[in-house]
Design a protein around this ligand. Structure first.
Ligand SMILES: NC(=O)c1ccc[n+]([C@@H]2O[C@H](COP(=O)([O-])OP(=O)(O)OC[C@H]3O[C@@H](n4cnc5c(N)ncnc54)[C@H](OP(=O)(O)O)[C@@H]3O)[C@@H](O)[C@H]2O)c1
Length: 329
């Protein structure tokens, strides 16, 4: 597994990480045993970056991640990133103040079973929060007290990312970027690289669309966001299938699968496309089986895609997807 630096965190991390939303909930049933197995397989395979959040299963994901990392004695080797903010109800800019941040951090420390959080990310806060000096002051204070090693942001839009990157102590930006979400390549990735801000590429498979396994008859469990948030009823629609209408995504993913051919699984092609972007620090696919984890890790050892493959992926994006997502996020 290759690693890449997170300059402002002062760590190298595996270029393929593991997204841990599904370990909390929101993706149908994943039992504790399955969740622990996914974590062990990933860590055994060299993954050293785990992404979770306080709201994934209301702390379940954090607790599972914390306990597996602790029982393996992996604290020094593995960087655990969590997120805060989404517990606020209502989720308004005023909810982000020093006291609430301290409360969320305290709870995450407890869930993770650690004395210091490696990387705390604001969890897609309302847009005005990115311009609020008091929020950054509060985060700096938590770093000063040793409760956080570093902090970053998870954003919805490119504009939010650019605002955050301009802040001197923001160490990372987590953003949806994948073969069906190419706008971050224009400004966000270069700006982050220039500032030494790590880029965490989330939803890299467009919620599984880019695996090429779904067709128009595919259904998902009732408690899977690909059912209940398909039209943005629960949270930003961009988090489900990267905001690409399902039917459009199925057709475009079919073309990606053709391009991948018989030798390369389309999911691996999609992850390799991201790894071919030098500004991306780590890619965090979610996975619901051991085989998926192993397949995703294998992207690191897969040779870079050729220029022609990059051009054809761009053409698929331009033809089918761009009109649905490029102007929105
Ligand atoms: N606001 C935020 O900050 C935010 C929002 C969303 C996600 N995230 C983070 O980003 C992580 C990743 O995003 P995501 O899980 O939403 O989407 P994703 O990684 O694009 O998609 C995950 C899905 O892709 C499929 N998949 C994974 N590996 C595969 C493989 N090797 N072959 C075939 N199919 C494969 C699985 O679908 P099936 O279930 O159909 O098998 C899996 O459930 C999350 O776990 C979370 O940590 C953060």
């Amino acid at each position: 597994m290759r690693t890449r630096p997170m300059p402002r965190v002062g760590h190298e991390v595996s270029e393929i990480g593991l997204g841990c939303w599904q370990i909390g909930g929101g993706w149908g049933t994943v039992t504790d045993d399955q969740a622990r197995q996914l974590l062990h397989v990933a860590l055994d395979a060299g993954v050293t970056f785990l992404d979770t959040a306080d709201v994934y299963g209301d702390g379940r994901s954090e607790r599972l991640v914390g306990s597996v990392v602790a029982e393996r004695g992996d604290h020094d080797r593995v960087l655990v990133a969590t997120k805060a903010g989404r517990r606020a109800d209502p989720h308004v800019p005023e909810a982000y103040h020093a006291e609430s941040l301290r409360g969320w951090v305290t709870r995450s420390l407890d869930n993770l079973g650690v004395e210091r959080i490696d990387l705390l990310q604001l969890h897609c806060p309302p847009t005005p929060v990115y311009d609020d000096d008091t929020v950054y002051d509060a985060l700096d204070a938590l770093v000063g007290e040793g409760l956080l090693a570093a902090y970053g942001v998870s954003v919805e839009t490119c504009d939010e990312a650019l605002t955050a990157i301009a802040r001197p102590h923001v160490a990372s930006v987590q953003i949806i970027v994948n073969a069906f979400r190419q706008k971050p390549l224009e400004q966000v990735l270069p700006a982050a690289a220039a500032a030494g801000v790590a880029v965490i590429a989330r939803v890299p498979l467009a919620s599984g669309l880019l695996s090429g396994r779904y067709d128009l008859d595919t259904t998902f469990a009732a408690d899977d966001h690909r059912t209940f948030n398909r039209h943005g009823d629960a949270f930003d629609v961009g988090e489900t299938f990267a905001g690409v209408p399902f039917e459009v995504g199925v057709q475009a993913a079919g073309e990606v699968a053709q391009l991948a051919g018989d030798d390369l699984p389309p999911a691996r092609l999609a992850l390799r496309w991201l790894l071919d972007q030098p500004e991306v620090t780590t890619v965090i696919p979610g996975a619901r089986s051991k085989d998926q984890v192993a397949g995703n890790v294998a992207a690191s050892a897969t040779p870079p895609l050729g220029a022609d493959t990059h051009r054809r992926l761009q053409a698929i994006y331009d033809t089918h997807v761009r009109g649905h997502v490029h102007h929105r996020w």
